[in-house]
Write a protein that binds this ligand. Sequence first.
Ligand code: NDP
Ligand code: 1BO
Length: 329
Amino acid sequence: MAHATFTAEGQNMESFRLLSGHKIPAVGLGTWRSGSQATHAVVTALVEGGYRHIDTAWEYGDQKEVGQGIKRAMHAGLERRDLFVTSKLWCTELSPERVRPALQNTLKELQLEYLDLYLIHWPFRLREGASRPPKAGDVLDFDMEGVWREMEKLAKDNLVRNIGVCNFTVTKLNKLLGFAELIPSVCQSVILGTQMEMHPGWRNDTMLELCKKNHIHVTAYSPLGSQEGGRDLIHDQTVDRIAKKLNKTPGQVLVKWGIQRGTSVIPKSLNPDRIKENIKVFDWVIPEQDFQALNSIPDQKRVLDGEDLFVNKTEGPYRTVADLWDHED
Ligand code: NDP
Ligand code: 1BO
């Protein structure tokens, strides 16, 4: 359930409570492929748009720019404790001894003392310098338990407030739940957050239900259908019809749909007007009938299937996209 927690630009802003007790703001700014423009986008989001949640990753190559944006926003009066910053551990760092140095590098790039959420970016380990698509030997064995123990240590040392994963399947999440430590006070696993692709073109209901059952908060990535090569949900007939009916934009309807499903949502934009538009999703709801229409959009399909990154059709552990997703889709 979303809670109204603070206001900015005169609107109530909602957040979700993680099992740790920390709150994650319902809308965050995505920064994948934001490059050198990330600083401006982050400043616009935090200072003008009222965002308090920023998503980045080492792989995006923009952590320094994101950090500069956060710093400027703090000079403008924002407090670190009011921000929720997420970053991710890249696939080349998925061995126990590389976890802490990778996080330390991320903190340095972001100029931060701690992260609010640190996620395993993908559950596949890559050799440093791996090609896209991978050559033979580029995809290595992944010691999930060893890496997770190091993630838990980062949380215990207060370098990260919450830890989690992205792009997991039911099979992989159940494996992780089998050895993840419990939070004694609530007897629940210490996996506190996860990011998965979710939008009306790829609802991924099964993973959402599994996470809810295990009190793991889900952040929906690519909520608008992603970027070039993605799915154009902005011009989807159903989305457009509902947007016109509610006097909202398609982007706002897509963001709101994610929040009404109980997920936080991280739309990416470099355009100041769209950054501000995408967070104006509070103080109104998508009526049930329209919500169900969005839940019925056909041709359910992932945009980010990982093929380029991890599939080698002739050699290595993953020969098909279905292999990556444990044949669950
Ligand atoms: P989104 O679904 O957020 O879509 C972004 C695209 O939509 C951009 O082309 C943007 O263009 C455009 N756009 C933004 N707002 C609007 C609007 N209101 N109307 C019309 N077009 C709009 O794509 P992403 O794939 O980037 O996903 C969002 C974020 O999720 C990422 O940036 C990243 O932070 C995270 N992510 C995490 C992953 C993971 O593995 N954990 C994987 C993928 C994404 P413009 O900039 O010109 O506005
Ligand atoms: C390759 C990174 C996908 C976006 O998180």
